[in-house]
Design a protein around this ligand. Sequence first.
Ligand code: SF4
Ligand code: SF4
Length: 450
Amino acid sequence: MIIVVFLYFAAGFLLLLFLALLAVSSLIEKRPRAVVLSALLIIIVELAWFGGYFWLDPPFYILLIPLAVLTVFILLFFIPLGESWPLKITAITEKVDERDVVFAREEYRPGTEKYEKYYTLRPENKNIDDRMRRLPELLQPGGRYYDPVGSPQIDAVFGEIEKLTYEVDGEITQEKENVNPEKITRQVKGMVLKQGAVEVGVTELNPMYVYSHVGWGPETWGAPIVNSHRYAVVFALEMDYYNVETAPHLPITGESARQYLVGAKISVALAAYIRSLGYSARAHIAGSNYQIMLPPVAQDAGLGELGRLGYLISPKYGPRLRLGAITTDLPLLTDKPINFGVQDFCEKCLKCAVNCPSGAIPRDGQVNVRGVEKWPLNVEKCLHYWRYIGTDCGLCMKVCPFSHPPTLVHNLIRAGIRRSSFARTVSAWGDDLFYGKKVKYERFIEPEIL
Ligand code: SF4
Ligand code: SF4
């Protein structure tokens, strides 16, 4: 009997500790609704738990009921339960043409050769792209959140990134250094992490993730892309939580630009270092010079899983990331893809789709796109919205439950999400309860622009 009372009290303190951690985490995150709710729960649950014991003085076997309920809940939350499947990839039969990427298409100006050539090739994209071009350009006057002081500052950072697009490749040292794959992999990863990345992985480069033709950047537009590198080193930079919380306003775009610049510098330096060892290497950076599709390559390198919102979701930082990469022939040790329940969680959650102002994120199930079972993002709708407001929006990143900072309480919840389908259901529901299902933002979008 004394053991039961002891366990009852221990469980009561455990509950208190969890709710207190949740309250502290919500304070750190500056989420008043979650702070108030967890404080209320502390009062109600603890009054019922301890007050019930002292006021009702129940016989010991009655104490077994709440103890059993709590034990079953904890077990269901943390034991491997239900199906957790990785992104399903069958045979990828077709490469993506970089000329079709929406950010390349917005650069085709009427009256230019590119414009004529592209819309002769893809007449089906002309109407929607012409409508997009009638909207103000990102960070330019006319966007709803344009700031005459802040927007040009961010534009200047993107200008710096563009200069680096001319330094992605270079001369390879004639004499090849003899390298030990294990040692050099450690060296390469260490270099990337020391310069500010939070995650890094290596994969054999799937040639189907190399774009077929040049769509942007200093190289010849429309030329076939040749990249026969065996490996890709991919890394992630964490976007500041508080800046992401400002979405869809300007600071999140400033944060994107900041991280893209850091990523570009890391990639260019790493590729130069590898070439100095006598091996071929090319950086793939933002500002219009990618040769490879970063999210699926990052998934292959074990950095995370692709989620409903179209971004890579990492176990620790969620989609609050910017990616960078190099490809190379340097012999490296590879990492394996990971599966921590994202596909199942996204099926249950839908929060990004519910909050997406442009309706770019699908609410339905996954469909097969070129051999990959995924949620197809309507990139045109997304970019139309960006140009309409003058920032890169980011509401989907902000609301995603995986975007919470890696505090103790969120790490505990993620440990459950990784293992148990029950935990994924409860956590998706709990996130809506504590942080709200819908975020508030100015819903001024006019449907005819989309
Ligand atoms: S960035 Fe904004 S518009 Fe684009 S998918 Fe995310 S929420 Fe939707
Ligand atoms: S908000 Fe929900 S559905 Fe969307 S990517 Fe994040 S977890 Fe998946």
